[in-house]
Write a protein that binds this ligand. Structure first.
Ligand SMILES: [Fe+2]
Length: 488
């Protein structure tokens, strides 16, 4: 049954569309004609014709039966998946209940009793119901839900760890315990892996015999066919481990890093960012969080004022870096010195890197101010705009800094504007309202999914395309060592 649901985002799209149908379908009909029934063109035509007739006759005698028959199938499929997941989850209960409602409607042979729909739809609009649905998206499958892809075989199994199907997990059997075997399998299947990456936004390799940073770099090269990039000029607080491999972040363990696209503050961000779990964090903490670029774009578009505030504009990212030994770097490890950022002590080399990457720069004594200009949204091959920026990580606000106490303390340390770590504004110098950032955090929080790291896991994320994924980091306690590599 689960295999019947496999395919690009079909399952999560169905979950969303079922919810929208339940919310608006019987009354507003505003979603049913668009994406709800993607099963075949014939089904779509039936729905379009039904909706057209319904609109003409103002729903007075609209027959929902053809739609509901299909909806019932979808609900039953979803129920089954959720039964396998956990029968007690709020989402499963919601869908089981909605399955019963659909069945009762279907038994009525025609749906002219609009008052019945109105009553039910009104009840479905309750905040509790919506909250349940949103919470449900965060539910993880305890043991993964298996699926079949072009990579599946006797030695390879594929599965999903959460409702959003992000990432696709590719598990290698114990027969692939030698890294050379794994690498040769990955190289042979590179095209299929890339196809799944495009389809799902991220893939997670589990069971590879990766034991060192060099092994990790080998996996990245085998999967993507390119050598990992150097991170010189990057803003993240990373230490170089070896060529093309860095520690993931020095942000304090109690901090949560919101979802973002890596280096989207630059003109040409990396196509992929990859992570490797060297030291597994405590269970249920320290996850590298993920969110679908497409879903987040759609959620932001649902607030047109917010969307058009950013769409097609450019963002100016300003960062200031002290010299080695500065008090600012000692107090705040994430405030990198320019020697750390550019991996050199030579100011002329710093200038060469800035010119090559088209960063504007200005020396202020031993400090450097670097300004990067990058689009707030990018366009895909069909010229559709999608969300691709990290402005929300450059605004010094209490929410990003983890509360008012941290915010006030940081404002004391950074009381002089010339030492401020970051500033962000639109290209024309207009300030970005903090309320916009808070709306963005809300959307990102709702779309965030997590999975627990296992030692040796390798995660590859599509960082750049409209079907890719954003990443972040959950807070943690104790040890955690996740390494990262990027590929252009
Ligand atoms: Fe990042």
């Amino acid at each position: 049954m689960v295999n019947a649901l496999s395919g690009c985002n079909e399952y999560s799209a169905n979950v969303q569309q079922i919810a929208l149908f339940q919310k608006y379908g019987p009354l507003g009909i505003k979603v049913v004609g668009k994406d709800f029934f993607a099963r075949s063109w014939l089904d779509r035509i039936r729905v379009y014709v039904s909706v057209f007739i319904a609109v003409i006759f103002r729903c007075k005698s609209f027959d929902f039966k053809p739609m509901l028959e299909l909806a019932k199938c979808k609900v039953e499929e979803i129920n089954q998946v959720h039964n396998e997941m956990t029968i007690d989850s709020p989402l499963a209960k919601t869908y089981l209940a909605s399955g019963a409602v659909f069945k009762s409607w279907n038994g009525n042979k025609g749906f002219s009793e609009s008052s019945k729909f109105q009553r039910w739809a009104m009840s479905s609009l309750s905040p509790e119901w919506n909250a349940q649905f949103k919470e449900g998206l965060q539910i993880n499958y305890s043991n993964g839900i298996s699926t079949t892809t072009s990579l599946s075989s006797d030695n390879i199994s594929c599965s999903y760890l959460n409702v959003q199907k992000l990432p696709l997990t590719i598990s290698l059997s114990e027969e692939n315990q030698l890294l050379t075997d794994s690498l040769s399998w990955i190289e042979t299947h590179r095209n299929d892996i890339k196809e799944q990456l495009t389809c799902h936004g991220a893939v997670l390799f589990r069971g590879l015999a990766v034991k060192s940073p060099a092994d990790f770099a080998g996996v990245v090269e085998a999967a993507l066919g390119k050598k990992p990039l150097d991170y010189r000029g990057g803003e993240g607080s990373r230490d170089k481990v070896e060529e093309g491999v860095y520690t993931s972040t020095k942000a304090p363990s109690n901090f949560t890093i919101p979802l973002h696209h890596e280096l989207s503050c630059t003109r040409n961000p990396p196509a992929n960012i990859c992570f490797y779990c060297d030291v597994e964090p405590a269970e249920g903490t320290g996850q590298t969080t993920l969110g679908s670029t497409h879903r987040i774009t759609e959620a932001i578009k649902n607030d047109p004022v917010l969307w058009y505030q950013f769409k097609g504009k450019k963002i100016k990212y300003i960062s200031r870096h002290p010299p080695q030994g500065s008090m600012f770097n000692r107090i705040n490890k994430t405030h990198k010195t320019w020697q750390e950022v550019f991996e050199t002590n030579d100011k002329q080399e710093v200038e060469r890197i800035c010119q090559k990457k088209k960063f504007a720069y200005k020396w202020d004594g031993d400090w450097i101010e670097v300004t990067r200009l990058a689009p707030a949204t990018r366009t895909d091959s069909k010229r559709n705009a999608y969300w691709h920026n990290q402005a929300h990580l450059y605004d010094a606000n209490p929410r990003l800094r983890g509360g008012w106490v941290n915010h006030i303390l940081a404002n004391i340390v950074y009381c002089r504007p010339s030492t401020r770590m970051y500033d962000v504004e639109f290209q024309d110098g207009t300030k970005i309202p903090r309320t916009d950032f808070y709306k963005i955090y809300d959307i990102l929080d709702k779309e965030t999914v997590k999975f627990d790291w296992k030692k040796g896991d390798v995660l590859i994320i599509d960082n750049k395309s409209s079907k890719g994924a954003m990443h972040g980091r959950a807070s943690y306690e104790g040890e955690r060592r996740i390494l990262t590599s990027m590929v252009m």
